[in-house]
Design a protein around this ligand. Structure first.
Ligand code: UD1
Length: 439
């Protein structure tokens, strides 16, 4: 890696780190048509990057989305002593001497930073990680991560700035998760890879991103079986090696475009998307009247009439993911009939509803339920995005609104989408993103 490239990366990332404010301006347009390429999964690549800390050498990750959070993870790894360089679609990470301390200033920017807890503890027997930040979804504890790691022999103390973990040598054990937490499954799986003996994670999360992580770890030399099922078995090994790996496609980004075609109507191809990762959400939108089918190159989707209301509940994979919900609510807001939507994972994930209501949606929330009474059409207004998916959902909802909508965003959408406005424009939508002065 050239020194120049490293310096350039640092400058770009420093410039990006101010979460600059932009606004998306959306005007009505006709039905969508064409192909959009679905990039690598944000929720996978960040964990793959964390996993590289377990082996010295040069790791190359392909199909990397050009999103803000990848930059944060690069800076986090660099702060620990790694070297990183990026070119379009690729991140190269050189792991040499690592200081297993993840500083609060970086960890607080992104909750996924907690993914370094397991790998660093597993490899070095000590770790210090700042308290998690990231999306504003209410209280997001990491108790299951810590309890699972304690089962393998770790001890933790907390300080106002974070968590300090220690373990002379982790030892395999049976970790029974009270809930199939994605982050806890990943952290415990990564820690167990270099533990002494065999670990079982029972009631493990089954998300495709976990199977992707296990696949890369196995290439590195780990002994993981059962990823993607409720029981993961990890046979500890002493050493791992650096590898190359290609990130799976982003199913949440793909669902964003499914919703876009549902709102605008038309016919699109989600190139690279994996139908087998999205069966439940495709089934759900199918019940609404949006047709999808697996295609040799991805997923084909078509909508040519107003969608129908359906009830839905978010669940761990393979259920309908909580990350899809803002898009599905945007669809239901203009569907024919009344729907009941139940959130089973995160308490605060109805915040964007107030913004949809500004656009004319008729939605009432009560605890973890929302009652959505579909209206014929939304009306353009000025709204604000509060997190990645909420911001994207407002942009999608606005595609079908009468008049102009402006979605003000303080960098949330850029955390998960390389160029959402450009991708929507390539399908025929009328969306631009422009910088604005912060208020
Ligand atoms: C990941 C995804 C996020 C997705 C979520 C659920 C990343 C970067 N983020 O988040 O986009 O919405 O999975 O599919 O991959 N919980 C506890 N204690 C814990 C851990 C979790 O109570 O120790 C609770 C959480 O507060 C939440 C639920 O369990 O209510 C699910 O959380 P989890 O599956 O861990 O989500 P994340 O890994 O944080």
């Amino acid at each position: 890696m050239s020194v120049l490239r490293c310096v350039v990366t640092q400058v770009i990332l420093a410039a990006m780190s101010d979460h600059s404010t932009t606004e998306f301006v959306i005007e009505p347009a006709g039905p969508l048509s064409g192909t959009v390429v679905i990039g690598g999964a944000k929720n996978s690549v960040l964990k793959l990057m964390a996993a590289t800390t377990m082996a010295t050498g040069t790791h190359t990750i392909y199909n990397v989305p050009d999103i803000f959070d990848v930059g944060v993870m690069c800076r986090l790894l660099e702060s620990m002593g790694a070297q990183t360089s990026r070119r379009p679609g690729v991140v190269e990470i050189v792991i040499g001497d690592i200081d297993p301390v993840a500083p609060f200033e970086l960890v607080e920017q992104m909750r996924a930073s907690t993914a370094v807890l397991g790998p660093l503890l597993g490899r070095f027997g000590r770790v210090e990680v700042g308290i998690p930040g990231g999306d504003d979804f209410g209280h997001r504890p990491i108790d299951m991560h810590l309890t699972g790691l304690e089962t393998l022999g770790a001890t933790f103390e907390t300080s106002p700035r974070g968590v300090i973990g220690r373990a002379d040598k982790l030892t395999g054990g049976v970790v029974q998760l009270g809930f199939p937490s994605v982050g806890a499954t990943e952290n415990i799986m990564m820690a167990a890879v270099m533990a002494h003996g065999t670990t079982y994670i029972e009631n493990a999360a089954r998300e495709p991103e976990i199977a992707d992580l296990a696949s890369m770890l196995n290439k590195m030399g780990a002994g993981i079986t059962g990823s993607g099922t409720s029981t993961i078995r990890i046979e500890g090994v002493d050493e791992l090696e650096a590898v190359s790996h290609r990130v799976i496609p982003d199913r949440i980004q793909a669902a964003t475009f499914l919703a876009a075609v549902g709102v605008s109507q038309g016919e699109i191809l989600l190139e690279g998307a994996r139908y087998d990762h999205m069966e439940m959400v495709c089934q759900k939108v199918g019940e609404m009247g949006l047709r999808t089918s697996p295609d040799r190159d991805g997923i084909w989707a078509m909508s040519n009439s107003r969608l129908r209301a359906v009830d839905l509940s978010t669940l761990p994979y393979p259920g309908v993911a909580t990350d899809y919900k803002p898009f599905l609510v945007a669809l239901l807001a203009v569907a024919d009939g009344t729907s009941i939507v139940t959130e089973n994972l995160f308490a605060g994930r109805f915040r964007y509803v107030d913004e949809l209501v500004h656009l004319g949606a008729q939605i009432r929330t009560d605890g973890n339920h929302a009652v959505v009474r579909g209206v014929e059409q939304l009306s353009g207004a000025h709204v604000v995005s509060h997190d990645i998916r909420a911001g994207a959902a407002l942009i999608v909802a606005a595609l079908g609104a009468q008049g102009q909508t402006i979605v003000r965003d303080t960098g949330h959408v850029a955390r998960g989408y390389p160029d959402l406005a450009g991708d929507l424009r390539s399908l025929g939508a009328n969306v631009i993103e422009r910088p604005v002065e912060p208020v």
